[in-house]
Design a protein around this ligand. Sequence first.
Ligand SMILES: C[S@@+](CC[C@H](N)C(=O)[O-])C[C@H]1O[C@@H](n2cnc3c(N)ncnc32)[C@H](O)[C@@H]1O
Length: 232
Amino acid sequence: MSSETSPPTWGPLRSFGRIKSRTLKPRQAALFDTLLPTIALPDPTQGSLDPRALMPGAQEVWLEIGFGGGEHLAEQARRRPTALMIGCEPFLNGVGSVLRHIEEFELKNVRVHAGDARDVLNALPEASLDRVMVLFPDPWPKARHNKRRLVQEDSAAAMARVLKPGGRLRFVTDWKDYADWALERFLKTPGLEWQAGSQADWTVAPADHVTTRYEEKKLGDTAPIFLEFIRA
Ligand SMILES: C[S@@+](CC[C@H](N)C(=O)[O-])C[C@H]1O[C@@H](n2cnc3c(N)ncnc32)[C@H](O)[C@@H]1O
């Protein structure tokens, strides 16, 4: 897809359920006023985003879509201080949680969008990211809800567009049907290559995987399935 192609127009925000479930803890609420304004992405619906301007000199740029409580995002950021880690999450209690982790680890390399990741995908330049991660997205297992799944043909194409050649997309789920659904769509996406050769490639966690909070709950119907694609 060329950068001149118009970005997709997303449907209403149905891929996630709740924006807020419980009152934020006082420390988290305070961080919304103090820390978040210093690390929030510019509104992606108002113009394009330039990752180089977000963290000049960053050696890599990663995007995590739906970071939940942010444990994975914060730990990856702690391990790689020279990489810019962009995280998107509309669930405000999750944003409050990641702010606590960022404060605790004194991270300087995380930027947060408290909203829909698909707007960020639209606003990023073509071939601007090294990694995209979608970890345990909401499964929407009932057939009539499948259309709410984050992975659709247009979002898969948007992920491929923003990855640099050689960049990697990781999708992980513990729902068998969602793994099949996502694999089918990613394999159809021009520019994404799945290089799995044996079962271990999707059943064994990659060496740099960090266990997520949702993963620990084991709510799905299978052990985690790890799908990793390379941008051609
Ligand atoms: C099942 S949770 C998993 C959270 C985390 N990745 C983990 O493994 O613990 C899925 C998350 O994706 C978020 N989400 C859903 N649609 C999204 C979207 N369009 N953009 C960003 N995040 C989204 C939800 O709010 C939710 O927190």
